[in-house]
Design a protein around this ligand. Structure first.
Ligand code: ATP
Ligand code: MG
Length: 418
């Protein structure tokens, strides 16, 4: 695919600006990944916190690699950011060792626990099963994080730019989170991606750390004033092949301002027609939680709709109305429109309800439901406060891995069809 020089797209991605991860805590999602705890609360949400979270990968301290850590560093693991540890005779990789000031290391295959009688005397010796490094959750998370970080292998890119509207009039089901994280996943694996924020809340712009203060030129000016889309597209810092057309709060008035305008449902598709997208592989359009003119514009502008469905009881309510709207738009305004993808989000594996909802959705929609399910994940919800996707914020976390897998599935499914 040729680069869109007219837009001044930059070259191929470097790999800068990803976040270091955090420790990997308990609470596995459907991907089987352990879920990490939060970052340093002192720096959370601050500019310093953001900078720290964007620290260079190779030098970033590996989470859980602090003094007093329980894990013996695997030999040669320094490349993963482990602090180099002197070899500890008698302990195989993956074994539990004593904390400083606690028990002394025992013979091979055992961990000695000091019950506090003093003198360093060990009271209980627990046999420890030496687990191969490659099977430990931390090793898996580290490998996954490195793979995400390196962007290899590259995934197949579509022949032509895929324009995908992410819609569901129900609020808070993960539309924005899905747009941002699929976009980040795909761009880190070789695609060039634009996220169009079509929601006056501007959440996608916030998550991608793109300036969207009121009064700035934004997607509002494209829709209402007919300004060119290329004039509002901004690069996303830290992910070289990712771009965002931000939304400001001004867009809140657009639902009303669009009403008297000519071809009010087709303002976005016209803007896209005048936009050179030849250098792009994907355009994701993040919709507001309504079926108003903004969402209709998004449905008219894209051949594909992706519906995120939260794995909760009420999630299915209103879906019928959304599908009816898609049918209406297809029959009157956009004959190529199809619901191509459904993504199950915020899955809580501890509840039967979540699996029942997932089963019901799969039974109803079949093949278009992605196999990958997004688990409820603290890391996913934390990432936007750092102006990041979870893919860069904590690539080894269960949420990041699930979004990476969903994006991989989307890329490969499309490649298999074409
Ligand atoms: P709206 O309809 O208001 O635009 P939305 O459908 O775009 O909402 P999001 O903003 O993506 O939904 O998500 C709603 C909230 O849930 C956000 O605070 C987000 O961080 C959180 N969230 C999304 N996905 C997950 C997840 N997998 N685990 C935990 N929290 C999540
Ligand atoms: Mg949203």
């Amino acid at each position: 695919m040729t680069a869109a020089h007219g837009l001044g797209w930059p070259g191929q991605p470097g790999q800068e600006g990803a976040a270091s991860g955090d420790e990997v805590p308990p609470g596995a999602g459907p991907t089987g990944q352990a879920e990490p705890t939060g970052p340093d609360p002192a720096s959370a949400g601050t500019a310093a916190g953001r900078d720290a979270a964007r620290g260079e990968w190779p030098g970033a301290p590996w989470p859980g690699g602090e003094p007093g850590d329980d894990i013996v560093r695997p030999p040669g693991a320094d490349g993963l950011g482990w602090p180099s540890a002197a070899p500890q005779p008698g302990l195989a990789a993956g074994m539990v060792t004593a904390r400083p000031g606690g028990a002394a290391p025992g013979p091979a295959g055992f961990a000695a626990i000091d019950l506090g009688r003093g003198g360093g005397e060990s009271d209980v010796v627990i046999p420890v099963v030496a687990e191969p490094v490659s099977d430990t959750p931390i090793a898996r998370a580290a490998r996954a994080a490195l793979a995400a970080r390196s962007g290899s292998p590259a995934w197949p890119r579509p022949r032509a730019c895929r324009i995908i509207t992410i819609a569901n009039q129900k609020g808070g089901v993960g539309k924005t989170t899905t747009a941002v994280n699929l976009a980040a996943s795909l761009s880190l694996h070789g695609s060039r991606v634009l996220v169009i924020d079509l929601d006056p809340q501007g959440n996608a712009s916030t998550a991608l750390d793109v300036d969207h203060r009121s009064g700035m030129v934004s997607i509002y000016n494209v829709l209402v004033d007919g300004q060119p889309l290329s004039g509002v597209v901004r690069p996303v810092a830290g992910i070289p092949q990712l771009y965002c057309a931000p939304a400001t709060i001004d867009l809140a008035g657009a639902e009303i301002e669009l009403v008297p305008l000519v071809a009010r449902e087709s303002r976005l598709v016209r803007a896209l027609a005048g936009f050179d997208s030849t250098g792009l592989d994907y355009i994701f359009i993040d919709c507001p939680p309504s079926l108003g003119l903004l969402t209709v514009n998004a449905l008219v502008a894209a051949p594909e709709v992706l519906i995120p469905i939260q794995c909760e009881y009420y999630a299915l309510e209103g879906l019928e109305q959304l599908l009816r709207t898609v049918d209406l738009v297809r029959s009157h305004l956009n004959p190529t429109l199809t619901v191509s993808t459904i993504l199950l989000t915020m899955y809580d594996g501890r509840t039967r309800l979540a699996s029942q909802v997932a089963e019901e959705v799969r039974g109803h929609f079949g093949e278009i439901v992605l196999r990958s399910i997004i688990p409820r994940s603290v890391r996913v919800s934390e990432a936007p406060s750092y102006g990041q996707s979870v893919i860069t914020y904590d690539p080894g976390s269960s949420g990041a891995q699930a979004y990476l897998e969903a994006a991989r599935e989307m890329a490969h499914r499309n490649a298999a069809r074409t």
